[in-house]
Design a protein around this ligand. Structure first.
Ligand code: FNR
Length: 182
């Protein structure tokens, strides 16, 4: 499709709500958009000594980011911050110095939590990182979801109660990516 989006998920958990959310919101996109979930579980721990010879999974991730029309972060909140696995992936793709893969990539940030404030603090911290990395990030609407009965329907799609809200977010995200495509 015309606009391929790379999705970065901040949880490695098999039954991750954020992974489920990523799959469900992708179905709200128009046909010219496609979504692929990046693999970050096999990235080594970031070590600046390796910048001159990045590992194959790091090169793969950077290549996928470079090829994407846009990025979508779907992340839980761990201890009021970004999960370490996600920060590790970001640090890898931002390096070596001068070869930051995120620069100029239109980006969205959403997340779901079991806690009441629904990843708000993690998302805000992620926005700081993305601002520094020069990734233009959609500001509104913010998507802070709390996992509840009925949020996903039996088929794993977004349930009735949140569908129009998330469709509104997707419409704005699609326009954001297209605007930055030039
Ligand atoms: C959590 N959780 C959590 N939730 C929250 O709203 N704010 C938080 O600060 C934290 N902190 C936290 C730390 C750690 C180490 C874990 C494992 C969990 C709970 C979290 O919302 C819950 O585990 C979600 O299910 C994680 O998202 P996935 O894995 O389902 O996508």
């Amino acid at each position: 499709s015309q606009f391929s989006i790379l999705v970065l998920i901040g949880s490695l958990r098999r039954d991750s709500y954020n992974r489920k959310l990523a799959g469900a919101v992708a179905k709200l996109a128009p046909p010219e958009f496609s979504f692929t979930q990046a693999k970050i579980a096999d990235l080594p721990l970031y070590n600046q000594d390796d910048d001159a010879a990045q590992a194959d999974p790091v090169k793969r991730l950077k290549g996928e980011i470079a090829a994407a029309a846009g990025l979508l972060f779907v992340t839980p909140e761990y201890n009021r911050s970004i999960p370490g696995v996600l920060k590790n992936a970001i640090d890898h793709a931002s390096r070596p110095y001068g070869q930051n893969a995120f620069a100029g990539k239109p980006t969205g940030v959403i997340g779901i939590s079991v806690g009441a404030i629904g990843t708000a603090i993690a998302q805000q911290q992620l926005r700081n990182v993305l601002a520094y990395l020069d990734a233009p990030t959609l500001g509104q609407p913010e998507v802070f979801l709390q996992m509840k009965e009925g949020l996903f329907d039996a088929a794993g799609d977004i349930g009735e109660g949140s569908r129009s809200f998330l469709q509104g977010w997707m419409d704005r995200y699609v326009a954001w990516v297209k605007k930055h495509a030039g």
